[in-house]
Design a protein around this ligand. Structure first.
Ligand SMILES: Cc1cc2nc3c(=O)[nH]c(=O)nc-3n(C[C@H](O)[C@H](O)[C@H](O)COP(=O)(O)OP(=O)(O)OC[C@H]3O[C@@H](n4cnc5c(N)ncnc54)[C@H](O)[C@@H]3O)c2cc1C
Length: 384
């Protein structure tokens, strides 16, 4: 097989890789190749809930999510998409089960409002008006933001993919990266199952497999991957506007307004840290119990399908953006934990700005890999 040449090689064609490719091409970068061992969105992106919310507890996350959501609001036009990314802004209703959680929500809403995020605290009665089938017996109140919602993850990634392709980006699917050659402070060549590519710049956007890619260049990435399971029910008439989420009850549940199906998931602290994406009976049972307690009528629906995907976890559950010290042309967009889909647009913007040495839209210097060594973790209180 011949060795070919590319200016930029992006590893991974999920929401991150496709958004980075589009934004780089939009900035005039030529000769970009995106490589994926599967098909477009075959990783976590095509397996996720695709929920997007501005209701975060750290300023950094609020800013990243707000800008991404504003992008998603106009994604069909910006990307000149011939289909529809299906952005439904039915809101997120975050439930507080304890006074402590309510206090945290009050702090979060204050921060969010200071950043022009239109969230608000709602009473138990109002929460019940917003979601009539919600069991309010053991909640103290809630927070709500109408601008939050969810998209179709396949169509959204397809929109970035097509826009990137139109701008000349080449996609190599069903092609696995098997090694990366490093010479001093630079990576110089990417080895794949379909030949080698000499290049000036490599981007690691490999999701759950990001550590394996870093191992290839000798970076000890402080992340691990963990299975998260999810399911979809049979369809019924549209009864639930917002995504209902509770950190203490450990649930998120949304109804697709067009299809009528409910999608729901929960985390599990006992999951082993590996790359398995199998499904378990225990998840089905625990999920059924949680949803029946929180949204009782939804517990009566039949489950059509369950599946799983990987969260790529960092110690502070925040992404890692940028270069490793001592390596000048190997960029990382990894460690998104449970929220890489909603940061997709911003990931593309910030990584493309780093590569083209442009003025940053959002300062993400605090999200560099060096924060772990320095102990500057950015702890986010609001994660499932
Ligand atoms: C059940 C579940 C629910 C979730 N819900 C949400 C949500 O509601 N909102 C939200 O924002 N996020 C959610 N997430 C998280 C979100 O899915 C991820 O953070 C996001 O999709 C990461 O995108 P990515 O492009 O970085 O990675 P991925 O989509 O995983 O893409 C990485 C790609 O790299 C490829 N790859 C890996 N290794 C190699 C190799 N050696 N050679 C070639 N290609 C390779 C893979 O095939 C894959 O396609 C959820 C995740 C799960 C599992």
């Amino acid at each position: 097989m011949m060795t070919r040449i590319a200016d930029v090689v992006i590893i991974g064609a999920g929401i991150s890789g496709c958004s980075i490719a589009y934004h780089l091409a939009e900035k005039g970068v030529k000769n970009i190749v995106v490589i994926d061992k599967g098909y477009i969105a075959s990783g976590s992106t095509g397996r996720c809930g695709a929920g997007v919310r501005m209701q975060w507890g750290t300023e950094m996350n609020c800013r990243l999510a707000k800008q991404s959501i504003e992008f998603y609001e106009n994604a069909n036009e910006i990307l000149e998409y011939d289909r529809d990314v299906s952005f439904y802004q039915g809101g997120y209703l975050l439930l507080a089960s304890t006074d402590k959680e309510m206090e945290q929500f009050e702090k979060n809403v204050e921060l969010q409002n200071s950043l022009d995020i239109p969230s608000r605290i709602v009473s138990i009665e109002e929460a019940k008006e917003i979601v009539p089938h919600l069991n309010t017996d053991d909640i103290k109140g809630a927070a709500f933001c109408q601008k939050d919602g969810f998209l179709d993850p396949f169509l959204t990634t397809d929109a970035f993919y097509k826009a990137a392709k139109k701008r000349g980006v080449e996609f190599m699917t069903y092609t696995e990266v098997t090694g990366i050659k490093r010479e001093g402070h630079k990576v110089t060549e990417v080895m794949t199952t379909k030949g080698n590519i000499r290049t000036n710049t490599v981007v690691n956007a490999a999701g759950g497999y990001s550590k394996n890619i870093c191992d290839m260049v000798g970076i000890d990435l402080p992340v691990y991957s963990e299975r998260h399971q999810i399911l979809v029910t049979e369809p019924i008439e549209h009864v639930q506007g917002p995504m209902v989420m509770s950190f203490s009850k450990n649930i998120y549940c949304q109804q697709n307004p067009a299809k009528g199906t409910f999608i729901m998931g929960r985390g599990d602290d006992t999951e082993p840290r590996d790359l398995r994406i199998t499904s378990s009976w225990e998840f089905l049972e625990e999920m059924a119990k949680t949803v029946t307690a929180t949204l009782p009528p939804v517990g009566n629906l039949r489950v059509v399908r369950q599946w799983s995907g990987l969260y790529n976890m960092t110690p502070d559950k925040q992404p890692i953006y940028g270069l490793e010290e001592g390596l000048d042309n190997f960029y990382m967009a990894v460690g998104f934990s449970g929220h890489g889909f909603m940061f997709g647009p911003l990931t593309g913007i910030v990584i493309s700005e780093m590569i083209t040495k442009s003025e940053p839209t959002v300062d993400v210097s605090l999200l560099g890999i060096d924060r772990f060594e320095k102990g500057n973790l950015i702890l986010e209180p609001s994660v499932v």
